[in-house]
Design a protein around this ligand. Structure first.
Ligand SMILES: [Zn+2]
Length: 73
């Protein structure tokens, strides 16, 4: 007896890329955030500043960003 029930997988387990207005720590510009697993990488559309954040998703669906702030070399 084979299981012919198609396995329904979610189209995407991560949110789509989003724009975060005015969140660049460098210039205050709009940052395009791309999710890669549990991390989010932000790229400023103005100055090109790249920021990294950890993404925590709670059971209730609430998503929290934890920005990884690194001192400039
Ligand atoms: Zn910027």
């Amino acid at each position: 007896m084979s299981d012919t029930t198609p396995k329904i997988e979610p189209a995407s387990t991560t949110p789509p890329d989003i724009d975060v207005t005015g969140s660049c720590v460098g210039c205050g510009g709009d940052v395009a955030v791309r999710f890669t697993g549990r991390r989010a990488t932000g790229l400023c559309r103005k100055c090109g500043f790249v920021s990294h954040s950890l993404v925590h998703q709670h059971d209730d669906g609430h998503v929290v960003f934890e920005q990884l702030v690194r001192a400039a070399a």
